[in-house]
Design a protein around this ligand. Structure first.
Ligand SMILES: [Zn+2]
Length: 256
């Protein structure tokens, strides 16, 4: 066990794949000193499910948003609904929102509409934003330059070191998932070395992105320690120091 508490800054623990054993998963998380977990929103029909879980378990913290991966399930009225839902339910952040420019995803114009509408809501409510960016980091950066008052995190970061530097200048945190542990993940490993510790967050992105050691399994918060270990090796900084600072960063960003 590490000596400092950890925060899983991005975990889809509301997904039904966890319905049968969620309490045991949380038990294993707490055995590994992972005492707080941020749950991002994905689609409007699941916001109530997140709300209920977060009222049931004190270590879970809610975000509400419209994820770009499910863009075809969102409609424009969801934006209005999100604004009202956020006013009423005070999440720790707005999201997950963002851009996913893989070829099979929805057209860029529709994605940008939902992304910018959600950045407007975050700005209006003074909430940090949880951003999903896949093959879209350049566009995310140019968009965020128009929102100077925002802060937030880029989850499961996959951009370059130079782009990370620009995002940090825009007051964003860089969140690293289990993908950094993959034997062939040389690019993200080099990027992690360059990111200052006071701008770094740790996440599992469970149930996806399981680390190298547990590859093929369903991911869960307890596995966060393997990402911590890898970052400690890469940065040549003790695990306890990384745990303490990344936890402080998450507490600061999410006001928890
Ligand atoms: Zn996610």
């Amino acid at each position: 066990m590490t000596t400092a508490p950890l925060i899983d800054s991005h975990c889809h623990l509301d997904f039904s794949i966890f319905d049968d054993d969620r309490s045991q998963i949380l038990q294993r998380a707490s055995t590994n000193n992972i005492n707080n977990i941020i749950i991002p929103g994905t689609q409007s029909m699941y916001w109530n499910r997140i709300k209920k879980l977060c009222s049931q378990y004190a270590q879970l913290h809610a975000c509400y948003g419209l994820h770009p991966y499910w863009i075809n399930n969102h409609n424009k009225t969801d934006i209005k609904q999100l604004n009202a839902y956020v006013s009423l339910n005070k999440p720790v952040a707005l999201g997950e929102c963002g851009l996913d420019f893989r070829p099979q995803q929805a057209d860029k114009k529709t994605q940008r509409y939902f992304f910018e509408a959600q950045l407007d809501i975050a700005e209006q409510h003074r909430l940090p934003v949880v951003i999903h960016s896949v093959k879209a980091t350049e566009t995310v950066i140019s968009t965020l330059k128009q929102y100077k008052n925002l802060t937030g995190m880029i989850h499961s970061y996959s951009g370059s070191a130079e782009q990370a530097r620009q995002l940090i200048d825009l007051n964003f945190f860089i969140s690293v998932s289990g993908s950094v542990t993959y034997n062939n993940a040389k690019k993200i490993q080099a990027v992690v070395k360059s990111i200052p510790l006071n701008r770094l967050l740790l996440e599992t992105d469970a149930p996806d992105q399981t680390d190298q050691k547990n590859i093929g399994k369903r991911n869960e918060p307890a596995y966060l320690i393997n990402t911590l270990k890898k970052i400690s090796q890469l940065k040549q900084i003790p695990e306890t120091v990384i745990a303490k600072q990344t936890t402080e960063n998450a507490c600061l960003l999410f006001s928890i």
